[in-house]
Design a protein around this ligand. Structure first.
Ligand SMILES: Cc1ncc(COP(=O)(O)O)c(C=O)c1O
Length: 460
């Protein structure tokens, strides 16, 4: 009987009244272990009082000024903190509210950069499939997610898609395939005409798109080299992976050039964990050379949003980043994350869970469990069986929150669940998470067997 227009129109949503660490409590008193932090957002856990205090304090000082009229202390401080996190180049940050907005602005910035240089032909964007960059129309155009795109297809722009590095489904060539080496990017640039390409956008480590897939070690060195050779801007979309999720502040830090140097993106997008979910904030970090190119032309960045550079959202982010720093939470995401990955593999390798699970993968506190009908052939379940959704529902019944993703296997079929708890997860909470996951997988296998009337799911 709600007056709220929610995205899910056929679902009764429990009302959450309290959050503490990885635990959520609903209005009926049921407790949930939040193993995905919503959509991979809550990296410091729920209910951290000092973030709430920082928000209140800033709201009392000054809640809002427009970013074309004034600056504010928290916005300046946050930009300086982010620049210090990326010392390999000089970056300036543009703050917005959501990841989609950040991607939208980053792509527009890439186009404007080329226009200001007089390189008007550069308009092609190259992205990857599977890949996800958001739901506003330009971000959706760059996202290979068919079920989101279908209705709006007439409004979407043509974005060139190349195969994403996806080790589990890399095919017979494995690491030598063009998708895994990065050669696919060069082929796409050559076929689009090098002088036409504005930007390449990629999630450095797969989010829900390829389910926490980690590309081969040399992949981004090759991407950087190709982009440099053809004058293409490289946008690292760290909306999901940034702010420590993978055990480093930026996921791209896991990759190096051949001579051991950092891979330097021209533009970075951040969101989600940037403020742990305490206020809506995203960021576009652009190298000074990109920003100065626009400044030198005498123009301004052509992207206006009322809530850009919001002081309260910035204050929430500063408090979140300080909390992460003071509590060593990025190091913890690495060490506890290694334990999480191992325990997830153990929990799903035998019994009923093994009947559904094709692969468990990830890095740091970002993990995915890919569900397949046949683990030998990696054959996905038919989409209409809604396996990921069934598992998520079984988990929720058992007080475990998981995040589903579908369609990654071939654009239509494919089921996986993401596990991305707060970096503060304790060993006993990890035990509980694995026990509930095992239980949910067994319940899901049994529900599916009932539906298809088969003793073995592999025979579907
Ligand atoms: C890599 C990536 N980019 C962009 C977005 C869009 O962010 P938002 O949902 O905050 O608009 C997401 C959201 O899941 C994402 O994972």
């Amino acid at each position: 009987m709600s007056d709220v227009f929610y995205r899910k129109l056929h679902k009764q949503l429990p009302a959450i009244v309290k959050g503490e660490g990885v635990w959520l409590t609903d209005a009926a008193g049921k407790r949930y272990l939040d193993a995905s932090g919503g959509a991979m957002v809550c990296n410091i856990g729920h209910g951290v009082a000092e973030i709430a205090d920082a928000i209140a304090e800033q709201a009392r000082k000054i809640a809002y000024v427009n970013g074309t009229q004034f600056t504010s202390e928290p916005v300046e401080e946050l930009a300086t903190m982010l620049a210090a996190r990326a010392p390999w180049a000089s970056y300036k940050s543009y703050f917005l509210s959501s990841g989609s907005e950040a991607v939208e602005a980053a792509l527009k910035l890439a186009r404007q950069y080329h226009v200001e240089r007089g390189d008007l032909a550069r308009k092609t964007i190259i992205a990857r499939s599977p890949g996800y960059h958001g739901n506003t129309l330009l971000a959706l155009s760059a996202s290979a997610r068919e079920h989101y795109r279908r209705v709006y297809a007439p409004w979407l722009l043509d974005v060139v898609m190349i195969d994403a590095p996806y080790p589990y489904r890399a095919g017979p060539l494995g690491e030598a395939s063009p998708a895994m080496t990065g050669d696919a990017l060069e082929t796409a640039i050559l076929s689009a005409g090098p002088g036409n390409v504005a930007a390449f956008i990629a999630e450095p480590i797969g989010g829900s798109s390829t389910g926490a897939s980690v590309p081969p070690a040399g992949y981004y060195a090759r991407v950087r080299e190709i982009c440099d050779r053809f004058g293409v801007l490289f946008i690292a979309d760290e909306v999901l992976t940034g702010a420590g999720r993978t055990g480093k502040f930026f996921a791209l830090e896991h990759f190096r050039t051949r001579d051991g140097k950092p891979v330097v993106p021209d533009i970075i997008t951040l969101g989600k964990g940037l403020n742990g979910g305490y206020a809506a904030l995203s960021a576009v970090m652009a190298t000074s050379s990109v920003v100065e190119t626009i400044a030198k032309s005498g123009g301004d960045f052509q992207h206006a949003q009322t809530y850009s550079h919001h002081p309260v959202a910035a204050a929430a982010s500063i408090a979140t980043l300080k909390y992460i720093e003071r509590n060593g939470l990025i190091e913890r995401a690495a060490t506890m994350g290694a334990r999480l990955q191992q325990r997830l593999r153990d929990a799903t390798s035998s019994g009923d869970p093994a009947e559904l699970v094709g692969d468990v993968r990830g890095i740091g506190m970002l993990a995915a469990v890919e569900l397949v009908a046949d683990a030998q052939t990696k054959r996905p379940f038919p989409r209409d069986m809604k396996v990921a959704e069934t598992l998520v529902a079984s988990a929720l019944e058992r007080g475990l929150v998981l995040w589903p993703n579908v369609g990654h296997a071939d654009g239509h079929d494919g089921d996986l669940v993401m596990i991305a708890p707060a970096f503060t997860l304790t060993p006993s909470e990890l035990d509980e998470l694995c026990a509930r996951l095992k239980d949910a997988l067994a319940a899901c296998a049994s529900k599916l067997r009932n539906v298809v009337g088969r003793a073995k799911l592999g025979s579907i």
